[in-house]
Write a protein that binds this ligand. Structure first.
Ligand code: ADP
Ligand code: MG
Length: 422
C-alpha cells in the first residue's frame, strides 16, 4: 500500500469545480432529528475554506445514517424486524428518508462558514445538476444524502460517473469511509483526478509513516473487547512493532493461552490456539509482547468500588477481569516511556464503568506524557481519550473507527488507493 498521495496542496483549483466527499454523518436526536454534535462539520471547515479561498467552486457530498434507498428494500428490512409486509407503507419509507436529509447540515455548515451553502434536494438529479452547473468560484453546494441513491453503496459506475460529471476534480476528505468502495469514496476517481483533503491527508501521513517508517522503539497497544475483531491488526503489527502490549477483554484469551484460568472473563475459546501462535510468533521475531500481570476482578459485570485485584496467573473461579491492575499499569507505562511511536487501539478495561476506567486512564496519561508520536485509532479508544481529557495531548486521534482498524491491518483501502500517487 502506497501512502504517498497527492493532496489539495498539490493542485491548482482556481476556477475548477471540485467534488468534495465529506463526512457529515453527524449524530442526531432520535425524536427531533436535531444535530447533537457538529464536530464532524467543524472538522471539514479547513479543507472547504482552503478550496473556496483558492477559487474553487465546491460541490460537497456525504452520506448520513443508513437510509434504505428503495421501497422494496425498506419493506424487506421492516419484515426482518417483524412487521407484516402489507403493513409497510410508502409514506413510512418516505418519512424515514426525510429524517436523514442533509438539509440541517447545510444550515449548520453555512453558519460555521459564514456564507450561503446552496442545497440540492437530490444527488445526481435535475436539482443537483442545475445548481452544480450554475455554481461560481467561491460558492459551495451541498448535495442531498448520497445513500438516498441506490448506486452509492453498490459503487455503481453510472452513479459515480454522474457525480463526477458535475466536477473537474475529486477531493476525498471523509476518512471514516475510505475502507468502503462506494461510488463517492472510490468510484468517482475512475473519472476525475483524485486528491486527499486535509483530514484524510493527515490520517494517511501520520498512520502511514507509523506503519512504514516509524520512529523507534515502536510500541503498539491493543485492547478492547475481542481478539477476533483485532486478529489481523495483531498479526500486521507483529511485523512492524518492537513491543506489543495487550490489555482489555482480549488479554484473557492470551492469558488462557499461557495456561492460566481466567474465571468468567471474556474468553474466546476458539481463539486460544491463535493467541498461542501469536505468542510464539512474537518470540520468534524478537518482539516483546506484554500482557497484564494483574487484573481488577468482580463477580458481576457492573460498576462497583468493591472489586478485588489479583495476579492474572491466579484468577479465582466465578470472577471476571474488568480492568488491568496497578502492576500492569507500571509495566506498560515503563514500555511506553521509552517509545518513539505509540499506536493505541482498544481500551484496557470496561472504561464505561468509572471503577474500571483506571487502567485506560493511566495508559492515556502515559501516552500524553511520553513525548512519543502518539496515535489513537478505534472508536471506543478515541472516545475514552476524549472523555478522560487527554485528546489534545495526542499527536493524532484517528476519526475513522473501522477505517483506522483496516489501516492498521495493512489492508488496501479503496478510498486511499484511488488517490493520485505523489
Ligand atoms: P475500539 O472501538 O477502540 O477499537 P473495541 O470496540 O475493540 O475498541 O472495544 C471496546 C470495548 O471493549 C469497550 O466497550 C469496553 O468496555 C470493552 N472491554 C474492555 N476491556 C474489557 C474487559 N476486560 N471485559 C469486557 N469488556 C471489555
Ligand atoms: Mg469499538
Amino acid at each position: 500500500m502506497n501512502y504517498n498521495k497527492k493532496t489539495i496542496n498539490d493542485v491548482d483549483v482556481r476556477g475548477k469545480k471540485v467534488l468534495l466527499r465529506c463526512d457529515f454523518n453527524v449524530p442526531q436526536d432520535k425524536v427531533t432529528g436535531e444535530i447533537t454534535s457538529d464536530k464532524r462539520i467543524k472538522a471539514a471547515i479547513p479543507t472547504i475554506k482552503q478550496l473556496l479561498d483558492n477559487g474553487a467552486a465546491v460541490i460537497a457530498c456525504s452520506h448520513l445514517g443508513k437510509p434504505v434507498a428503495t421501497f422494496d428494500g425498506f419493506v424487506k428490512k421492516q419484515v426482518e424486524k417483524g412487521k407484516k409486509a402489507e403493513e409497510v407503507t410508502k409514506e413510512s419509507w418516505e418519512k424515514s428518508l426525510r429524517k436523514l436529509t442533509l438539509a440541517p447540515v447545510a444550515k449548520r455548515l453555512s453558519e460555521l462558514l459564514g456564507q450561503e451553502v446552496i442545497f440540492a434536494t437530490d444527488t445526481i438529479g435535475p436539482d443537483a445538476k442545475a445548481k452544480a452547473e450554475a455554481l461560481q468560484p467561491g460558492q459551495i453546494l451541498l448535495l442531498e444524502n448520497l445513500r438516498f441513491a441506490k448506486g452509492e453503496t453498490k459503487n455503481d459506475p453510472e452513479f459515480a460517473k454522474a457525480l463526477a460529471d458535475m466536477a473537474e476534480i475529486f477531493v476525498s476528505d471523509a476518512f471514516g469511509t475510505v475502507h468502503r468502495a462506494h461510488a463517492s469514496t472510490a468510484g468517482v476517481a475512475a473519472y476525475l483526478p483524485a486528491y486527499s483533503g486535509l483530514l484524510v491527508a493527515k490520517e494517511i501521513a501520520v498512520m502511514g509513516k507509523a506503519l512504514e517508517n516509524p520512529v523507534r522503539p515502536f510500541v503498539a497497544i491493543l485492547g478492547g473487547a475481542k481478539v477476533s475483531d483485532k486478529i489481523a491488526v495483531i498479526n500486521n503489527l507483529l511485523e512492524k512493532a518492537d513491543t506489543i502490549i495487550i490489555g482489555g477483554g482480549m488479554a484473557y484469551t492470551f492469558i488462557k493461552a499461557m495456561g492460566h484460568d481466567v474465571g468468567t472473563s471474556l474468553l474466546e475459546a476458539d481463539k486460544v490456539d491463535y493467541a498461542r501462535e501469536m505468542l510464539d510468533k512474537a518470540a520468534a521475531k524478537g518482539v516483546m509482547l506484554l500482557l497484564p500481570v494483574d487484573t481488577a476482578i468482580h463477580d458481576k459485570f457492573e460498576n462497583t468500588d468493591q472489586f478485588l485485584t489479583v495476579d492474572t496467573a491466579m484468577m479465582p473461579d466465578g470472577y471476571m477481569g474488568l480492568d488491568i491492575g496497578p502492576k500492569s499499569v507500571r509495566l506498560f507505562t515503563e514500555a511506553i516511556r521509552g517509545a518513539g511511536t505509540v499506536i493505541w487501539n482498544g481500551p484496557m478495561g470496561v472504561f464505561e464503568f468509572p471503577a474500571f476506567a483506571q487502567g485506560t486512564k493511566a495508559i492515556a496519561r502515559a501516552l500524553a506524557e511520553s513525548g512519543a508520536i502518539t496515535i489513537v485509532g478505534g472508536g471506543d479508544s478515541a472516545a475514552a481519550v476524549e472523555q478522560l481529557g487527554f485528546a489534545d495531548k495526542m499527536t493524532h486521534i484517528s476519526t475513522g473507527g473501522g477505517a483506522s482498524l483496516e489501516f492498521l491491518e495493512g489492508k488496501e483501502l479503496p478510498g486511499v488507493a484511488c488517490l493520485l500517487d505523489k
